[in-house]
Design a protein around this ligand. Structure first.
Ligand code: PLP
Length: 391
């Protein structure tokens, strides 16, 4: 599948993905035919409700959990908000716990929620140290847990640098201490199996648009018995945890996207890893003064990220755009301010390197030919750009 501008090669699947036609087909009847409100008593309402039940069942099978442990939300960000704010407020009420532990490489939807809880609601925020790959070790969590820790949140797989955390290890530590553990799996769920029992998690956020589902729908896994304050109050939808008339079409589409991701995981992974490794190898071989960011092997199968010394990441993105390649410099913000990303800062990378970051994320519609073409052009663009800067 090509973007409308067929000269553009899309290599930014961690930012978002196109909707799979099979997902769209599944969603279509729920706009104008089967349009009932699932809360209504009549048959049209009941039909909508049964479709939601079915989607919840599908998600539960994917995550090895109970259907009532799945809460539908409007996006990954909302899931993170509900988990963190809802979890922290409930822990404060139940056990007077005011201490929040997160990693310094979280998505903004986690870190800014934690900051608001700190600045406006008097929680105490502490950042867990990460290693040079941006990973939080379980032993680090054990060291920082306290009696009054309300919630721990550690990202499953990093959107910017691709590193995967040992979530089961961290989960076990938190479970033993009786502290609620949340993980942002929005990026990870597109590629890795999510077994909530094996991973020992209490709260887990996902969203659909990173895995060929529509934008504007997500879910939060809430382990049975985990206390949460609803952050959106109103009707009793989603077991009282998320008010608002259910977005039936998108809920159905999300379930289909997850089902396809599960069925096709091995095939997708195999193709992705081969292309990713080819890309990483050639960039490291053919471009001087380059470093990979994130872990070398414990990384998302579609994810390659680098920093280039003495390169302006934003300018590099523009040059690549002109050459027909859509990439990213980390998180999806396009402000012009030349500050290094906080993720790269947390890794301790010097500024003359971290300002030159580049993220290439592959997807289902990426061909080997796309990668070859990209590898042909990237070294030339970097040489030209560096020459211009020093001339
Ligand atoms: C994209 C993303 C989010 C936000 O999800 P939305 O559905 O876009 O709100 C949160 N966390 C991570 C790791 C992401 O990659």
């Amino acid at each position: 599948m090509r973007s409308k501008d067929s000269t553009q090669t899309y290599l930014d699947y961690a930012a978002t993905t196109p909707v799979d036609p099979r997902v769209l087909e599944e969603m279509m009847p729920f706009f104008s035919e089967n349009y009932g409100n699932p809360s209504s008593i009549h048959i049209l309402g009941q039909m909508a409700e049964s479709s939601i039940d079915k989607s919840r069942q599908t998600m539960a099978e994917m995550f090895n959990c109970l259907p009532e442990e799945i809460i539908f939300t409007s996006c990954g960000s909302e899931s993170n908000n509900l988990a963190l704010r809802g979890g922290a407020l409930a822990a404060r009420k139940e056990k007077k716990a005011d201490h929040i532990l997160i990693s310094p490489v979280e998505h903004d939807a986690v870190s800014k929620t934690a900051l608001q809880l700190t600045n406006e609601f008097n929680f105490e925020l502490e950042y867990l140290p990460v290693n040079e790959h941006g990973q939080v070790l379980p032993s680090t969590v054990a060291k920082h847990l306290r009696e009054d820790t309300a919630i721990v949140s550690v990202i499953f797989a990093n959107n910017e640098i691709g590193s995967i955390n040992n979530i089961a290890g961290i989960g076990q530590i938190c479970r033993d201490a009786g502290v609620v553990f949340h993980t942002d799996a929005v990026q990870a769920a597109a590629h890795l199996p999510i077994d909530t029992k094996a991973l020992k998690i209490d709260l887990l956020s996902v969203g659909a648009h990173k895995l060929y589902g529509p934008k504007g729908i997500g879910a939060l896994y809430v382990r049975k018995g985990t206390s949460l304050f609803p952050t959106q109050t109103g009707g009793g939808q989603e077991f009282g945890l998320r008010a608002g008339t259910s977005n039936v079409a998108f809920i159905v589409g999300q379930a289909k996207a997850f089902q396809l991701a599960e069925e096709e995981r091995d095939a997708r992974q195999e193709k992705m890893i081969a292309m990713r490794d080819h890309l990483i190898y050639h960039v490291m071989e053919n471009i001087p003064d380059v470093m990979i960011t994130g872990h070398f092997s414990e990384r998302l199968p579609n994810h390659a990220s680098f920093v280039f010394k003495d390169v302006d990441g934003n300018e590099l993105l523009m040059l690549l755009d002109i050459a027909g390649f859509a990439c990213s410099s980390g998180s999806a913000c396009k402000t012009g301010n030349p500050e290094p990303s906080y993720v790269l800062e947390a890794l301790g990378i010097e500024k003359d390197w971290s300002l030159g970051s580049l993220r290439i994320t592959l997807g289902q519609y990426t061909s080997e030919d796309d990668v070859y073409k990209f590898l042909e052009i990237l070294p030339k663009i970097i040489v030209k750009h560096r020459n211009l800067r020093t001339s």
